[in-house]
Design a protein around this ligand. Structure first.
Ligand SMILES: [Zn+2]
Length: 429
């Protein structure tokens, strides 16, 4: 058993319900940012000096996984604290419904001013439904770049938008803000000024090396912008830093995210910085649905009925905690009726993690890894430990049976522009 990390509730419950007694909270998220490409998560190249500084001031969660390695489903899980299948948001292009309560609505009810600066097309209000509860949801980025509609807004513009909104707020207004950066998402643009791979020696695999070099330059650029943002926000703002999913950089013969469940795609950074928190690191098992209740607890807001995650700052979490995750693939079909039918189709891959052991199941294919000893998931031990495989598989089966897929009918309408963008991002079948 782990002892809870801090005693937020004790600090704040003695205050009145007045929102001014609670901190400003800024959720900073980065799309497609695998944890192990940040220096503060052990990466050998200096991609993240500003995020590292943040990490030194706060608590770093070493063992946090996304519910699903895909943008809109992952954020929908964080904001509703429910599994993607429970809310019927298993792919991009499917958004949350009116009946799914988002943490933003609870912040709004508490009296917080709420704003969001968005940068990823799949998170636009009309596609994601995540606008609920936000006073400002700035998702206006229709600029064409490189001759095509850009699926993302570039980090410098995101930073500036966020600073502008905060500067215009009255000083006595307590805020919950969400700022999302998307630069590390493909297509990766090489930012020479932010290149962290300076050695010129020829690598064995030039294609992989170039991809990693490009990807890392996008991370370093985003990090720079996060540094600028952090210098321009009110002191004592509580910061929650997270990613929606990682990225496979040709590992397991795959470039991208959404289709597999290896650690490169599902292990995400999570850092929380607040005057109330003693800096440090923890390996408690955390998952996407915990993000919402944890942020709520910082403002002493009770999670709503049906929210499934835990407040990882205050609740005790077993190190044996069972985490089942799954993916449905990345893309949505072009034809609306197929999008409706698709809801009934099951996951393409499922996985369960219990302590150091991880089982990945795809049809009859089973892979078992000790992710502590073999973090790259190379040595499949399924044949060596058949009993472990069968025990872990039965956990997945039980979870699947007890967690019905939501077959809600309200499918978001996709315009021709949406279809063009989703195609450019690789999210259209
Ligand atoms: Zn994403």
């Amino acid at each position: 058993m782990y002892i809870s990390l801090i005693i937020y509730l004790c600090v704040f419950t003695q205050n009145s319900g007045d929102v001014n007694n609670y901190p400003n909270i800024l959720l900073i998220s980065v799309d497609t940012l695998r944890a192990n490409h940040l220096s503060c998560y052990g990466y050998e190249y200096p991609t993240s000096p500003n995020i590292d500084k943040l990490a030194e001031k706060g608590i770093v969660f070493d063992n946090c996984i996304a519910e699903v390695p895909l943008t809109c489903p992952s954020f929908s899980s964080m904001f509703t604290s429910k599994f993607p299948r429970t809310i019927g948001v298993t792919r991009n292009g499917l958004g949350i419904s009116e009946e799914d309560i988002s943490i933003t609505e609870l912040f709004k009810d508490k009296g917080y001013f709420t704003f969001c600066v968005q940068s990823n097309w799949t998170l636009k209000a009309k596609l994601s439904g995540l606008k609920k509860g936000f006073d400002i949801y700035d998702d206006d980025f229709h600029v064409k770049r490189w001759g095509i509609f850009s699926p993302e807004r570039i980090a410098d513009e995101v930073t500036q938008k966020c600073i502008d909104i905060i500067k215009k707020l009255p000083e006595d207004k307590t805020f919950f803000g969400w700022v999302h950066y998307s630069d590390p998402h493909a297509p990766y643009h090489f930012r020479k000024k932010y290149n962290v791979h300076h050695e010129e020696k020829v690598r064995k695999n030039e294609k992989t090396y170039k991809t990693v070099k490009f990807y890392d330059s996008e991370i370093r650029f985003t990090d720079e912008q996060i540094g600028i943002l952090l210098e321009n926000i009110p002191e004592n703002t509580t910061i929650v830093f997270v990613a929606d999913h990682g990225e496979s950089l040709y590992e397991h013969n795959y470039l991208g995210h959404g289709r597999k469940l290896y650690q490169n795609e599902v292990r995400i950074p999570l850092i929380i910085v607040s005057p109330e928190i003693k800096p440090g690191r923890t390996e408690i098992p955390v998952r996407g649905i915990d993000i919402g209740p944890t942020i709520l607890a910082i403002a002493n807001i009770q999670k709503s009925k049906g929210m499934l995650g835990m407040d990882v700052l205050n609740e005790s979490i077993d190190k044996e905690r069972v985490r089942v995750i799954e993916t449905y693939g990345g893309a949505v079909p072009k034809i609306p009726i197929l999008r409706s039918l698709m809801k009934k189709s099951g996951p393409i891959m499922q996985s369960v993690i219990v302590e150091d052991w991880k089982l990945i199941v795809k049809g009859n294919q089973k892979e078992l890894y000790n992710i502590n000893e073999d973090p790259k998931e190379i040595n499949n031990m399924a044949k060596k430990y058949p009993e472990k495989v069968s025990k872990m598989q039965s956990i997945i089966e039980k979870w699947t049976k007890n967690t019905p897929i939501n077959n809600k009918k309200d499918i978001k309408k996709l315009s021709n522009e949406d279809l063009e963008i989703l195609r450019s991002m690789g999210y259209l079948e």
